[in-house]
Design a protein around this ligand. Structure first.
Ligand SMILES: Cc1ncc(COP(=O)(O)O)c(C=O)c1O
Length: 386
């Protein structure tokens, strides 16, 4: 893919149109944004403010401050049972950049990158930009959108270099157990295929403790890059802070790539990141509880609509809804459905096409309960108007 072919991320495009309508005075309810509607916790904010006051406003080491990398290493050990040294961690401007740097460090043009589908919008574009080849593995509805061992094995070829994993998953809400990861690991380890494990929604899980990671599976520590960050766990989307952890040679290469693109992550944000990791974790647990209450509300409300089908999300804050029963008449595709819902019912959702799966829409429940209730009303009213 040439840079000229890259399009704006579809989730950002929907958000932009919703903001345009809102600027015209229209009350739009956004069920499209992948951003927690909670404040950044006080410990992170105070650490950021203190950093500015202390003049900590210059370049930092390219791969992140030692203080933050040590704090991340402690987090990975305590929460995930993963032992990394500070030189096996790269701090970037968001998990997105950490992911891109790591991918670039791992693959060469022509290599295949295995991507379970539906996928997070940016994965295929990142792969294409690097000149590698995305190879999609369908995760069928009948299997709750979970990757199966058979499908994984069937997709592997001698050119396969990386498998992208995202658990909890955006957009399906699937969370893999350690046992499932162990089975995937067997296939990957045999074939020397890397796992690039995007664990950004790790803290937002409902029915498990969320600490499973393919990096913990046998033989995978030396064949996995873990990507995580502060945007979702600590409601720090605007601070742009994320990280990658893995074997030193890959992390050094990813760090070299970053050194030519953005140098380092924002110095103030890095201090805030240390504040977040070392500070009081209660606000974050509270946030996860609130997301669970909203999930339960949403599941209950939409179960009453007989023509809709969806898996109950086990993590993240998205509902992945099969709307195919509503297509074919006034609206033909889920893109048209989302346009209709936005323009006529002023509720913003993301069409499944953005995630490689026409016939679906993604609802984000990262908004206040009262707004969520109104958004659901509009969604249902829109559907019944078809
Ligand atoms: C699956 C997934 N990975 C990564 C990111 C990017 O996170 P960050 O804000 O840290 O760049 C997102 C954001 O929506 C996401 O959904």
């Amino acid at each position: 893919m040439s840079p000229a072919e890259v399009k704006l991320s579809p989730t950002i495009a929907i958000g932009t149109r919703a903001a345009e309508l809102a600027s015209q005075g229209i009350d739009v309810i956004s069920l499209s944004a992948g951003e927690p509607d909670f404040p950044t916790p006080p410990d992170a904010c105070e650490a950021g403010i203190a950093a500015i006051r202390a003049g900590f406003t210059k370049y930092t080491p390219n791969n992140g401050t030692l203080e933050l990398r040590k704090a991340i290493a402690a987090k990975l050990k305590n929460d995930n049972g993963l032992e990394y040294g500070p030189d096996e961690i790269l701090v970037s401007n968001g998990a997105k950049q950490a992911f891109f740097n790591a991918l670039w460090a791992l693959v060469s043009p022509g290599d295949e990158v295995l991507i379970p589908q539906p996928y997070w919008v940016s994965y295929p574009d990142m792969v294409n930009l690097i000149g590698a080849v995305p190879k999609f593995i369908c995760t069928p509805k009948a299997n709750g959108f979970r990757l199966t061992l058979d499908a994984l094995e069937a997709a592997c070829t001698p050119k396969s270099r990386v498998l992208i994993l995202n658990s909890p998953c955006n957009p399906t809400g699937v969370v893999y157990s350690q046992k499932e990861f162990d089975r995937f690991a067997f296939v990957l380890a045999q074939r020397k295929i890397w796992a690039l494990s995007d664990e950004i929604y790790e803290k937002i899980v409902y029915d498990s403790n969320g600490s499973s990671s393919i990096a913990r599976s046998p033989r995978m520590m030396e064949q996995t890059i873990v990507v995580n960050g502060f945007s979702k766990a600590y409601a720090m989307t605007g601070w742009r802070l994320g990280y990658a952890a893995g074997p030193k040679e890959v992390i050094q290469k990813a760090s070299a790539i970053q050194s030519h693109v953005t140098t380092n992550a924002c110095s103030v944000s890095q201090k805030a990141g240390v504040g977040a990791l070392r500070g009081d974790q209660k606000p974050m647990a509270e946030m996860a509880r609130e997301f669970k209450a909203r999930r339960d509300f949403l599941v209950e409300a939409l179960r009453k609509v007989p023509k809709l089908a969806f898996p109950v999300p086990q993590g993240a804050f998205y509902l992945w809804v099969d709307v195919s029963a509503y297509l074919g008449g006034r609206v033909k595709t889920s893109i048209e459905l989302c346009q209709y819902l936005l323009e006529k019912h002023n509720v913003a959702l993301v069409p499944g096409e953005a995630f490689g799966s026409p016939g679906y829409v993604r609802l984000a429940y990262a908004i206040q309960q009262a707004r969520l209730e109104e958004g659901v009303k509009r969604f249902i009213a829109g559907l019944s108007g078809l």
